[in-house]
Ligand binder design. Structure first.
Ligand code: ADE
Length: 229
């Protein structure tokens, strides 16, 4: 699976890409992440990527030329031109079903904005899928792009070991239930005991207890999920 990230801040990524599961997946050749600095596709001598909005108002708007030039240069870098995603608070909110849809693509091109957003013509020309990771405003799309990469690679075959299988994740089963409570050693911490049932060794009983825990937790915290079809 290949991700291309188009950003004004490529240096935000290597720390995240160099750790844990993602590092393992990249080292194993299962996932490739290519970073592209939008500033390299500017057409003026000052490398200008943003400008003041027509009509006035605060902030700066990302200019259409460098963004479109960058996307149009990056997509042909692979035989598969990829699925183009724009990260924006105006996009469709991402959920696990959306992550599953994205994971069906072999290549995803992630376009990160900054400032007050993109010139509207970026949307009109490129027709990206627009995705928001939640109803709050980030300083830019970079963290949202990392969220997408993080969630999608969990579904790429071979990235998770058997022990970490995403089949058991909250939200991958219908109805979507929250995860049951987990415990590890020690058996007691500040008077709080690990539930006796988990020490019983009876896998059937444990599975039923966990299923009931999941249901109760979901009822208490996210009853809206139980109402979904
Ligand atoms: N850029 C700024 N805020 C965002 C959000 N909530 N989701 C995706 N991209 C964003």
């Amino acid at each position: 699976m290949r991700f291309d990230v188009l950003t004004l801040f490529p240096d935000m990524f290597p720390g995240y890409l160099g750790q844990s599961l993602l590092k393992r997946a990249i080292d194993a050749g299962l996932v490739e992440v290519c970073l592209h600095d939008i500033r390299n596709w500017t057409q003026d001598k000052h490398n200008k990527v943003d400008d003041r909005p027509y009509g006035g108002g605060p902030g700066m708007v990302m200019m259409v030329e460098p963004v479109v030039a960058c996307v149009e240069a990056v997509r042909p870098m692979d035989d598969d031109s990829g699925h183009l995603v724009m990260l924006t608070p105006q996009g469709q909110p991402l959920d696990q079903a959306g992550v599953e849809r994205l994971a069906q693509h072999q290549r995803i091109v992630l376009l990160c904005g900054r400032y007050e957003g993109f010139d509207e013509r970026v949307r009109l020309v490129l027709k990206p899928e627009e995705i928001s990771i939640g109803d709050y405003v980030l300083n830019g799309g970079e963290v949202a792009a990392m969220v997408i990469i993080d969630a999608v690679i969990r579904l790429v075959p071979g990235v998770l070991g058997d022990a970490e299988s995403s089949q058991c994740d909250s939200f991958s089963t219908a109805p979507r239930l929250l995860e049951f409570a987990q415990y590890t050693r020690p058996r007691e911490f500040r008077g709080l005991q690990v539930p006796e049932i988990l020490l019983s060794g009876d896998h059937g009983v444990i599975a039923r207890w966990r299923a009931e825990e999941s249901r109760q937790r979901t009822q208490e915290r996210r009853a809206d999920l139980l109402e979904e079809t």
